[in-house]
Design a protein around this ligand. Structure first.
Ligand code: SAH
Ligand code: SF4
Length: 372
């Protein structure tokens, strides 16, 4: 059975055509599935009964399974979502996080089960990689969160104009550009007026700097861009963000400049994790200013969120302030990310889900206690 959550509108129109049905049905279906969150064909009242019955024999609309929903003291919510067929007996899972703020509600979506890129300060990277998420599993995270938040608000079918989720960030587990096709299709559904109708400016993709895919993204689906920079020179970035060995800082900066020609916003957000004594000195701040000088940008400083055996510590608040002030005095907008939801391990870099590592990396690693 085909899961219709895997299709964007043109693909769904094509599927209807293959069934001998009118392609415009795709628009109706997108509205029911995504806009209203109705997944039972029987309830789709503007579709003739015969067609509803035919659909039920050929297709399904199935969200991934929620294994656990947690609410933090600060209102942040986290869903643990199963990503395997129970029949296979394997137990992978991913995480999705909702962060409510006064003026917006942001959903942080995962793109892969684990991540193959091995950034040393990231718990997802430490876990290894299992597989890419399907389109249904990516867009399904928005479906699950919407359903749960709507139920909470007492409205079963809250109009999307009263959005609880106003912004989406592709910043959960995984490197979104390493699962390019599925992530782009899912983002097209988020942007589709018949589905979620999100504006390109409110949809942000965060990448560790896959330069080839950034060039493709600006043509296929330009959305707001965040880049995980984390170091102001190649020697340090090679260690913290190993993909830097393939795409060094100079190439990354050039790709950011090219991206901005097509981007919905006129700046890139550089994310910079603050690691005590590693990348947070006055010297680093000055190097950073030099490195980004040709790229219109904002900075988002992220105090490192610890996890067991990480080997890193969070920068001291006074060091973060000094670092921030140097960037601000140079005329940049700088935000220091507030840690949200850390009591339920929902903060940046703490998302772990459950990953059965296929890269064998985790088994090769020598446990810290053995080294000590
Ligand atoms: N793979 C993508 C998006 C997911 S990570 C990327 O790397 O950009 C989202 C952000 O959290 C990235 O900037 C990432 O570097 C940062 N991050 C990872 N681990 C972290 C940690 N332990 N503390 C704080 N930020 C972390
Ligand atoms: Fe992957 Fe991003 Fe974590 Fe690096 S920071 S390991 S790219 S999820």
């Amino acid at each position: 059975m085909v899961n219709l959550l895997n299709f964007n509108q043109p693909q769904l129109a094509q599927w209807f055509a293959e069934q001998g049905e009118k392609p415009f049905r795709a628009k109706q279906l997108m509205r029911w599935m995504h806009h209203f969150g109705v997944h039972d064909f029987e309830k789709m009242t503007d579709i003739a009964k015969v067609l509803r019955e035919k659909l039920a024999t050929k297709a399904e609309i199935t969200l991934p399974t929620v294994q656990l929903e947690q609410v933090s003291n600060d209102g942040t919510r986290k869903w643990l979502i199963g990503t395997d067929d129970v029949k296979t007996g394997s137990a992978n899972s991913i995480e999705t996080v909702f962060i409510p703020e006064d003026d917006r509600g942001t959903l942080c979506i995962s793109s892969q089960v684990g991540c193959a890129l091995e950034c040393t300060f990231c718990s997802t990277g430490r876990q290894g990689f299992n597989r890419n998420l399907s389109v249904a599993e990516i867009i399904g995270q928005l479906g699950i969160a919407n359903k749960s938040l709507r139920a909470e608000s007492g409205y079963d079918m809250l109009p999307l104009s009263d959005r609880i989720i106003s912004n989406v960030v592709m910043m959960g587990m995984g490197e979104p550009l390493a699962n390019y096709d599925n992530v782009v299709t899912a983002m097209q559904i988020m942007l589709d007026d018949s589905a979620y109708g999100l504006s390109r400016r409110r949809l942000t993709l965060s990448t560790s700097g896959m330069v080839n895919a950034m060039d493709k993204l600006k043509e296929d689906c330009p959305v707001a861009l965040a880049v995980s920079l984390h170091a102001p020179n190649d020697a340090l970035r090679d260690v913290l963000v190993p993909i830097n060995k393939k795409y060094p800082i100079k190439e990354l900066m050039a790709a950011c400049e090219r991206y901005l020609v097509k981007a919905p916003r006129d700046f890139v957000t550089f994310e910079y994790v603050m690691l005590d004594g590693v990348n947070d000195t006055v010297e680093h701040a000055h190097q950073l200013l030099d490195v980004v000088k040709n790229v219109p940008c904002k900075f988002n400083l992220i105090p490192f969120n610890p996890f067991p055996d990480s080997g890193y510590e969070t920068s001291k608040p006074s060091h973060i302030r000094v670092f921030r002030d140097i960037l601000m005095q140079a005329g940049y907008v700088v935000t220091v990310r507030k840690t949200r939801g850390d009591d339920i391990d929902a903060a940046c870099g703490q998302l772990a889900g459950k990953v059965l590592d296929k890269t064998k990396r985790t088994s090769k690693r020598i446990p810290i206690e053995v080294i000590a």
